[in-house]
Structures are given as C-alpha cells and as structure tokens.
Design a protein around this ligand. Structure first.
Ligand SMILES: CC(C)(COP(=O)(O)OP(=O)(O)OC[C@H]1O[C@@H](n2cnc3c(N)ncnc32)[C@H](O)[C@@H]1OP(=O)(O)O)[C@@H](O)C(=O)NCCC(=O)NCCS
Length: 215
C-alpha cells in the first residue's frame, strides 16, 4: 500500500461522520463477520432453530402450501418438492452467504420441522432487522412462534447488533399480532399499504423490539 493511499484513508477517517453513518458502518461490519461464518443453531425452548435440511423437504412443501401461510406469509408461487429442495440446497445458503437474511427451521423436540423463521437486515438501514415466520398447522398453539421470535431476536441483537427489530403483519392477521405482543414487541401502529402480499399491497401493523429492551 502506498503512502498516498494511507494518507487519503486517514483523511477519509477524519471526515466528520454522523451518528447514523457510524452506526451503519458498525452494524455492516458485524453483519459481514457473522454471515461469513457457519449459521448457528439456537436453543429456543421448547424448540430449536437450526438450518433447514434435506429431510425437511416434505414438511417444508406442506408448510408453503398451507392456506393460512399463503394468505398471510405470502407465497406468490406454487411450492413443489423441487421448490423446497432448491430452497434448502441453494437459496437459504445463498441468502446467508450474501448477508441478506438468516432462515432457520423451527424444529420440535424430535427434530421434526415445525415451521420457519427468518431475520433480514434492511439494506437501506442495517440498524433495522425484520422477522418473518410461519408454523405448520399441526404444530400451532404450542408457543413455538413466540419462542422462535424471542430467540431469533435475542441472537440478532447480540450478534448482528441492530438497534431495532420489527415485525409487520397484514391487517386482519390478529394471531400474528398476538405472537408479536407475547414476544415482547410494542405495537406502533397501522401502516397503509406498506406490505406486499402475493403481489398486492396491504395495510399492515408494525411492532418493534429495541436493543435496550432485550440486552
Ligand atoms: C401466526 C402463527 C405463526 C402462530 O404460530 P403458533 O406457533 O401457533 O403461535 P403460538 O403458539 O406461539 O401462539 C402465540 C399466541 O398467539 C395467539 N394465537 C395463536 N394461534 C391462535 C389462534 N388460532 N386463535 C387465537 N389466538 C391464537 C394466542 O394468544 C397464543 O398464545 P396462547 O396460546 O398462550 O394463548 C401461525 O398461526 C401461522 O403460521 N399462521 C400462518 C402464517 C402467518 O400468519 N405468519 C405470520 C405472517 S406476519
């Protein structure tokens, strides 16, 4: 590295940075480090969050064809075993490696696939994370969604370092609102036409958990 380069780098570092820019850089560095490593397994009593696997493909296909999941989670295309295989083998690892989002399978005490949960970091503001989830019909009402949301949020704050993690759910999906509340998220209000579900813009509620509320 030439001296000129070092000087200009030092000069760049000396430039005043807003708190927003500093926060952005800190979070981006942390995200780059995390997403460069192997995805973790998280204990989220009574479930475990782990990487989706080959053996989950039939259950993943069931999940993505469930009418409630299609309606509220948004599944714009018909999912087949091939779609699920591509998701397990290629897409989930690609999203992780690209620092786009982490996807976990929600697994029960027998390691059966019970649903999915993801945490993405907003491109325009990496200090904001967003969580999405669904649970297979046979596994609902056991507290799995709440436990998974709590665990992924805790991990997200500790490891990725955002200031805020948010949840958005389409108006009418009151069950998801209950999940948010039970996981400790504060509902902030209704955002008009702010969520795209199956190609249509929908009004949605937004709730958030802040870093100081967890760590
Ligand atoms: C929303 C969803 C993930 C909830 O999963 P879950 O594992 O059943 O949720 P939990 O068991 O953690 O339930 C948490 C709370 O939500 C409420 N709740 C859950 N299912 C409910 C139902 N069918 N009717 C009324 N309240 C319900 C209850 O208050 C429950 O707490 P309680 O059982 O202690 O009373 C699941 O119904 C689902 O996959 N729905 C379709 C996809 C979806 O809506 N995803 C979210 C998109 S934003």
């Amino acid at each position: 590295m030439g001296a000129g380069h070092r000087v200009s780098e030092r000069a760049a570092r000396a430039l005043p940075q807003s708190a927003f820019e500093q926060g952005l850089r800190r979070v981006s560095w942390r995200a780059a480090r995390v997403f460069g490593s192997t995805p973790p397994t998280l204990t989220a009593n009574p479930v475990t969050l782990r990487q989706p696997a080959e053996k989950d493909i039939p259950a993943i296909t069931v999940g993505y064809n469930d009418p409630d999941t299609i309606r509220w989670f948004s599944v714009p295309e018909k999912w087949t075993h091939e779609t699920a295989r591509d998701y397990v083998d290629r897409l989930v690892p690609l999203w992780w490696a690209g620092g786009v989002e982490v996807v976990f399978a929600i697994a029960d005490d027998l390691d059966s696939y019970a649903g999915s949960i993801d945490l993405s970091v907003r491109r325009d503001d990496p200090a904001v994370g967003e969580v999405g989830y669904f649970v297979l019909p046979d596994f609902r009402r056991r507290g799995y969604a709440v436990s998974a949301v709590r665990a992924i949020s805790r991990w997200g704050f500790e490891v990725l370092g955002p200031q805020r993690i948010q949840l958005r759910w389409a108006a009418g999906n009151d069950v998801s609102g209950q999940v948010a509340a039970r996981a400790g998220f504060a509902t902030e209000g209704l955002m008009r036409q702010a969520l795209m579900i199956n190609g249509k813009r929908r009004d949605c509620w937004v709730a958030s958990l802040l870093r100081d509320e967890v760590v």
